[in-house]
Write a protein that binds this ligand. Structure first.
Ligand SMILES: Cc1cc2nc3c(=O)[nH]c(=O)nc-3n(C[C@H](O)[C@H](O)[C@H](O)COP(=O)(O)OP(=O)(O)OC[C@H]3O[C@@H](n4cnc5c(N)ncnc54)[C@H](O)[C@@H]3O)c2cc1C
Length: 436
């Protein structure tokens, strides 16, 4: 594929920011000074932190949420907005590891997280471009299509949500490409506008009394007789309990958690504004899109139906956007050759939080709690488990989850810098190239 010049690649309005910021802004931070004392301090104002804050503030606890950057400035304002069943390991793997009861419970919770978000959005009429548009997963090779058939059988045995196998002969009903060898449709998946969802969750938390402060980094904390001393760039708070909701942005603040979360860059581009009928011709049912490659790719039309957004892992090492955009464009044109010549208007990235067992983790004792590690698919899980984390801090019985009691694993020689990632991604690339 010929290399494109910057003029051919970038639209005049190009900006290295997320497409979601075109028609939505991040919430403003709390105007009050930090309190000297709080019942609960939550570190991280993304979906996890705001969901937890809603529970604790609604229960009358003085709840203060602190974010080092803007509110939602981590993944929660820059994701792809695809809402799906998001427990990564397959059922057999979970059953081998933990036994049938825990495996089933984890699967049920993965499904419950999606249902709970759908109910929340509808019940409270959250204005977040919520759509039940479903998702198409393309088979990268004929063998992958056979694997998808087995996956569909397994899905039907374990979950009550619908699933449809789409042979290559009917693929164009879902996506206008020959790139795939058939695929699967999950009709009960949803899509959302990430920043609008963030604003709605922020407004919910604030409406019950939570204080959400931006640009207030937590530098360190120490255990005291009354709870935890929290030292921030804006002052000091005596807290009774602290929740770490820092996911892929977990840093030096807590080396124990940093050794357990693997930050992985995920990159996205959005096209310039296109004719809506052209977008519809490519993705007739406005589905979310993904495929079976190991190196993840995901795409979808924007809610206004005027752009395609396309994301994934464009390079083995973390790169700046200038190097990543041409690669993502080539990947996008492989799937949609009809987008050749279409320019890019937005590009952005964020750090998702993977874990060594591909499961999220939450827990804590007495005064220090955590909830993180959604492995790149955290919209439903962060809201579901964030709420549970809030309930755990309140010591409520309904805080129980299938994650309770799981060990949060690390590996020798891992201190938070994923030195092994480039090698792992190279291996995945080879497996994708040769269809293994
Ligand atoms: C490009 C991209 C695409 C994605 N697409 C999807 C998708 O389509 N579907 C899906 O389900 N998921 C997707 N995700 C993942 C999803 O967005 C996340 O799993 C989810 O937003 C996690 O929310 P969170 O609140 O746990 O973490 P975040 O939103 O990342 O928030 C963590 C916050 O902690 C703050 N923080 C860290 N350290 C400190 C400190 N010391 N003091 C104060 N604050 C601190 C950070 O500033 C950050 O704001 C995507 C992610 C990315 C990056």
């Amino acid at each position: 594929m010929a290399r494109q010049t910057a003029q051919q690649l970038y639209a005049e309005d190009y900006a290295p920011t997320s497409v979601w910021a075109v028609d939505a802004t991040l919430p403003a931070g709390c105007a009050l000074p930090l309190p000297d004392v709080a019942d609960i301090v939550i570190v991280g104002a993304g979906y996890t932190g705001l969901s937890a804050a809603h529970e604790t503030a609604a229960a009358g606890r003085l709840t203060v949420v602190l974010d080092a950057g803007p509110i939602g400035g981590g993944c929660s304002s820059r994701n792809g907005g695809q809402v799906a069943f998001s427990i990564k390991p397959d059922y057999q793997k979970l059953e081998r590891r933990y036994g049938a009861a825990r495996a089933s419970a984890l699967y049920e919770e993965g499904a419950a997280a999606v249902v709970a978000l759908d109910e929340l959005v509808r019940r409270e009429r959250l204005a977040c471009d919520w759509r039940d548009n479903g998702c198409f997963i393309g088979a990268h090779t004929p063998a992958h299509y056979e694997a998808l058939q087995r996956l569909a059988d397994e899905h039907r045995r374990r979950l009550s949500t619908p699933i449809e196998l789409v042979p290559r002969s009917r693929q164009r009903d879902e996506i206008d490409t020959d790139f795939y060898h058939g695929g699967l449709v999950f009709p009960a998946d949803y899509s959302v506008h990430p920043i609008k969802l963030l604003n709605a969750l922020h407004a919910r938390a604030v409406s019950v009394g939570a204080q959400v402060h931006d640009h207030c980094e937590v530098l360190r904390f120490s255990r005291e007789s009354y709870g935890i001393s929290v030292y921030t760039t804006q002052g000091f708070i005596k807290a009774r309990q602290v929740l770490l909701a820092t996911n892929g942005y977990t840093g030096a603040l807590s080396p124990w958690h940093r050794r357990r979360v693997i930050p992985v860059g995920s990159y996205q581009i959005a096209t310039e504004i296109l004719d809506p009928s052209f977008v519809k011709s490519m993705v007739p049912k406005a589905r979310n899109l993904g495929d079976t490659r190991h190196v993840v790719m995901y795409a979808r039309p924007t809610p206004d139906g005027r752009r395609i957004i396309f994301g994934g892992r464009a390079s083995a090492a973390e790169q700046n956007l200038t190097r990543v955009v041409p690669r993502l464009v080539r990947m996008m044109q492989q799937v949609f050759p009809q987008l050749t010549g279409v320019r890019i208007s937005r590009a952005w990235m964020g750090f998702v939080g993977f874990t060594f067992d591909s499961l999220p983790h939450m827990g804590g004792v007495d005064d220090l709690f955590y909830c993180m590690g959604y492995c790149g698919q955290g919209i439903p899980l962060s809201i579901y488990y964030g709420r549970k984390a809030g309930l755990k801090m309140l010591k409520r019985a309904e805080s129980a989850t299938a994650l309770d009691g799981l060990t949060f694993p690390t590996r020798p020689f891992y201190d938070g810098f994923p030195w092994f990632l480039p090698a792992a991604i190279h291996i995945y690339r080879l497996r994708d190239r040769f269809g293994w």
